[in-house]
Design a protein around this ligand. Structure first.
Ligand SMILES: Nc1ncnc2c1ncn2[C@@H]1O[C@H](Cn2cc(CNC(=O)c3cc([N+](=O)[O-])cc(O)c3O)nn2)[C@@H](O)[C@H]1O
Ligand SMILES: [Mg+2]
Length: 216
């Protein structure tokens, strides 16, 4: 008896069967099609994905960081825009999701640009300097547990990873919402914030993303 597959495994099956190997766009399209037509999943999606693209292009990061890899949709979205020697570190604590993301990222042909780090963001952040040779981060995408957005932002600052011009982008500001993060970041004198209204992935529900530029 083979345990019923998970939704995430079914997403991988769909990508493996339908996507063009080595073509990140076709992997993104395949996941968006599957999750809008078959089974909803918490990918940033194609509407908010365009906002993510624009902010990544603005940041043009050498070192990008992501909290909450899930199946790797936003990691592929980010990494496909990175310049040759740039890289993305993405943190995921669920080992099943991490291994599915690794396979989907391999299909997209982006394994060289993306490092999946398994663990809790709060445990990994302090290790980034000595274990992953990170000095400063140029771009951070927050899409993990909403109550971790604020403490992990504080931790990034305390560890000295933010430099003048570092850009943070947070998903789900409206739904499910991250009220303590919004309150903190908008009242913090060193962050210049911009709100981008949008919709919850694959739904007609209101959502938004928040960009915060660190002013040093
Ligand atoms: N502190 C953490 N450290 C490392 N990985 C984490 C952490 N918290 C969650 N994760 C991982 O993020 C992935 C995705 N994830 C994200 C969330 C929080 N995000 C949401 O709950 C969410 C929920 C909805 N929604 O309910 O409509 C829509 C969205 O876009 C969302 O990001 N929970 N799991 C999961 O694989 C989980 O293992
Ligand atoms: Mg999200």
């Amino acid at each position: 008896f083979v345990m019923d597959q998970s939704k995430e495994q079914r997403i991988l099956n769909s990508v493996s069967y339908n996507a063009v190997k080595g073509d990140p766009e076709s992997v993104l399209d395949c996941i968006d099609n599957y999750c809008s037509q078959k089974e909803w999943a918490m990918n940033v999606g194609d509407e908010k994905g365009v906002i993510l693209d624009k902010v990544v292009e603005e940041a043009d990061p050498t070192i990008a960081l992501e909290f909450g890899t899930y199946v790797g949709y936003s990691a592929i979205r980010i990494a496909r825009l990175l310049k040759p020697n740039a890289r993305l570190l993405t943190i995921e604590f669920n080992p099943e999701f991490a291994s599915i993301a690794r396979e989907i990222i391999e299909i997209a042909g982006l394994s060289e640009k993306i490092t999946i780090i398994e663990g809790h963001s709060q445990d990994i952040i302090p290790q980034l300097r000595e274990k992953y040779q990170v000095d400063k981060v140029d771009f951070v995408f927050l899409d993990h547990w909403k109550e971790r957005y604020c403490p992990d932002t504080i931790l990034l600052e305390e560890c000295g990873y933010l430099k003048k011009g570092s850009i943070l982008l947070a998903d789900n500001i409206v739904y499910p919402g991250a009220p303590d993060f919004v309150k903190y970041i908008r009242s913090h004198k060193s962050f210049d914030c911009t709100n981008y209204p949008s919709h919850l992935e694959y739904m007609k529900v209101e959502d938004a993303m928040e960009k915060a530029v660190y002013m040093g």
